[in-house]
Every structure is written in C-alpha cells, then in structure tokens.
Design a protein around this ligand. Structure first.
Ligand code: MRU
Length: 367
C-alpha cells in the first residue's frame, strides 16, 4: 500500500540483505518512523512493545527474528533459544506459534551452517505468502460488498464497520478485513468505513484511519460505543473484522470489544464477517472462550492517552484518577454462532468445524 504515493510494506529486508526494517506503529499517526532490527532480541522487543502488531505481522516478524538468530549462530541451541524468546512475546495471536513452527520445521533437518540462508528464505516466503493470501481474501470478500451495494440506492455507499486494525499494517500488505475494502475502492465501488477507535491503544483511530486516509478510502472514526447505535439506525450494512485466532469450531478471538459489536450486529440483523488467513486457525482448540489465552497488558494503556498537542508535541496524559485499579484485557472471543461467515483465502466459509475442515484438510492432518 502507498504512503504519500510511495509503496510500502509493514516489514521488509533491508538492501544489506540481512537486517530487517518495519514501520514503528507506536508512533503513528503522528510520526512515520522506520525501525531496524539486527538481532532476535530486537525482533522480540518489537513484538512485545507493539512496534509491530497484528496477528499476521507478528508471525512474519517472528520468522525474520529466527533468521536474525540463525545468521550468527545456526546451532540447535540457538534455534531453540530463538523459538523460546519469540514465543514468549505475546500469547493470543496463534500466527506467532504457526510461524515459529514453520521455521523450526524448515531448519531443524539442516546442518547448522545451512540454516542462516534457509531461515531468510523461509521467512521471505512466509511474508510473501501473507500478501498472496490477503489478495485472495480481497477477491472473495469483494463479492459480499458488491451484494450489499446492489441493495443500496444509486450513489449511496456501502457502510462497513471495522474494529481495531486488521489493515495492511497488521499484515505484510493489504490487510485482512481491509483487503476487500481496498479492492472495492480501487474498483470504484462506493464504500465508507466506520472505524472503531479501539481503546485502549486506539489501533482504529491511529492506524486504520491513517491507512484508509492515505489510500483515499472514505471513512469516519467513531467512539467504541457507537456501533450499536449506528446499527439500530440502518447505518451499517456489514461489519468486517480481523482475528488473532479462530478455533476449529469457528469461534473468533479478536481485539477487546469485538464481541460486543457481534452482539449488536446479531440483534440488528447486520452481517458480521471475519477475515482471516489460514495460519490464524488453531485446529488444536475447540472452545474459544475457555481455551484461548487472553493477553492482559499494562494498566497504563487504559489509564493514559497519548496524542499530539496543538503546538505539535506528542504528550501522554492520565485520564484515570491516580490510585484507581485498572484492568486491561486485550482480546475477547466471539462465539461462532454470532459470525455470519469467515472470509478466507479459500472462499467465504460458514464458521463451523465442517466448513473449516473441508477447506483446510491439510491443517487438520498436521495438527
Ligand atoms: O493487539 P493487536 O493490535 O496486535 O491486535 C490486533 C487485532 O486484534 C487485529 O484485529 C487482528 O490481529 C487481526 S490482524 C489482521
């Protein structure tokens, strides 16, 4: 996707052929800064501090983190250590484990001296595969937007609600939830996006709005509590969100607040779609509510807000009384019964075990 007319991905290999660059998402939308990672610790730090975030990008970063480790030491001990350091960074998005398992599968059979080059090759494939998958999600998802548009009055846009950032910044390129939206916009279909601000870290207000704005997609940022009201008044035609982990029976774990949007959508007959690449499916887990570990993050993310002052400074201010306890659950689970369909690279599927198993039989076999 483009930033000021220049094509960018969220992560890439630098021209030196070994160091890894990524857009620092903690600084957007106020500053566009590229960070350079030169060792596995830097990759792990980038994931845990949310310099990079979003399930597919976390996976790609972890893959490059293993490559950075293997570059200087291809031993079994270094491979194990890289796996351990990276897997400990964030608990909820399953793409992290998927990417690390892929790296281990590719590297373990090789001699240590061959692992550096092989690790960069596999990490590059994982990144390219993510882009290809998201393009396919776009192709399948656009049909849903076209169907909604067919029901609108001439000239009226399809209003799509999204939560958090499942845009190109959360992936290597295109995004998952945003992929059909970008494709629709590029094909001159009239779309308008309601962007949930997504407290506490404001990935919607800071990242999704920034992305959509740079690509010229009409959008409006709303406070997190607004979606239900809009749905009651016929102002949302469909919702599309991303996900950090989908269980074998189609439960969807995503950024905190997604469940409430799904409930409101269900109550108002608004289709609720979840866009995902297959590495986000965890076939080892059935019951999302009870089995998926929900990350709890620092209280400061809730207790403070960061933004740009009128004179251009970036400042953090406290919005909670000093001494008030704070809880910061980062994700919630939407039961499959509230999900209209899953938009995957292999088509639009029912959110259930049969449909997922039929579409991705090789993933069940390798469980
Ligand atoms: O905590 P984050 O910002 O990593 O959470 C990200 C989300 O919840 C996204 O919606 C999800 O990873 C899907 S990204 C394509």
């Amino acid at each position: 996707m483009k930033v000021d007319g220049k094509p960018f991905r969220s992560i890439w290999l630098e021209p030196d052929g070994w160091s890894v660059a990524a857009i620092d998402q903690r600084r957007l939308p106020h500053e566009f800064i590229v960070a350079r990672m030169t060792d596995v610790e830097a990759a792990a730090d980038a994931i845990s501090t949310m310099l990079v975030r979003g399930a597919p990008l976390i996976g790609a970063t972890a893959a490059y983190g293993v490559a950075l480790a293997m570059r200087t030491d291809g031993s079994d001990a270094a491979l194990d250590r890289a796996y351990e350091v990276l897997i400990a960074t964030r608990p909820t998005a399953i793409n992290l484990k998927w990417a690390l398992d892929e790296m281990r599968r590719a590297l373990a059979p090789l001699q240590p001296a061959a692992r550096g080059a092989a690790a960069y090759a596999r990490a590059g494939e994982i990144a390219e595969q993510d882009v290809a998958i998201n393009r396919q999600i776009a192709q399948h998802g656009i049909a849903l937007i076209e169907a909604a548009l067919a029901k609108k009055q001439p000239g009226e846009p399809v209003n799509i609600l999204t939560h958090c950032n499942a845009g190109w910044l959360a992936t290597v390129d295109w995004g998952t939830a945003t992929a059909p939206i970008y494709l629709a916009h590029d094909r001159s279909l009239a779309v308008h996006v309601w962007v949930d601000e997504t407290r506490p870290r404001n990935q919607g207000a800071s990242l999704t709005a920034w992305e959509l704005g740079h690509h010229g997609v009409p959008h409006t940022v709303i406070a997190d509590n607004t979606g239900g009201h809009l749905m009651q008044h016929g102002m949302v035609d469909l919702a599309i969100v991303g996900t950090d982990r989908v269980t074998a029976n189609g439960d969807v774990c995503n950024k905190i607040g997604t469940y409430l949007k799904a409930l409101a959508a269900h109550d108002n007959g608004v289709p609720f779609y979840v866009a995902l690449p297959s590495p986000t499916i965890d076939f080892t887990v059935d019951d999302g509510v009870r089995q998926i570990p929900i990350e709890q993050r620092a209280a400061d993310e809730v207790a403070t807000m960061t933004g740009r002052t009128a004179d251009g400074r970036i400042e953090t201010v406290r919005v909670v009384p000093a001494g008030s306890p704070v809880a910061n659950y980062a994700f919630d689970v939407t039961p499959s019964r509230l999900v209209t369909a899953l938009i995957t690279e292999r088509g639009v599927l029912k959110a259930d075990r049969t449909a997922l198993g039929r579409a991705f039989p090789e993933r069940i076999a390798s469980r």
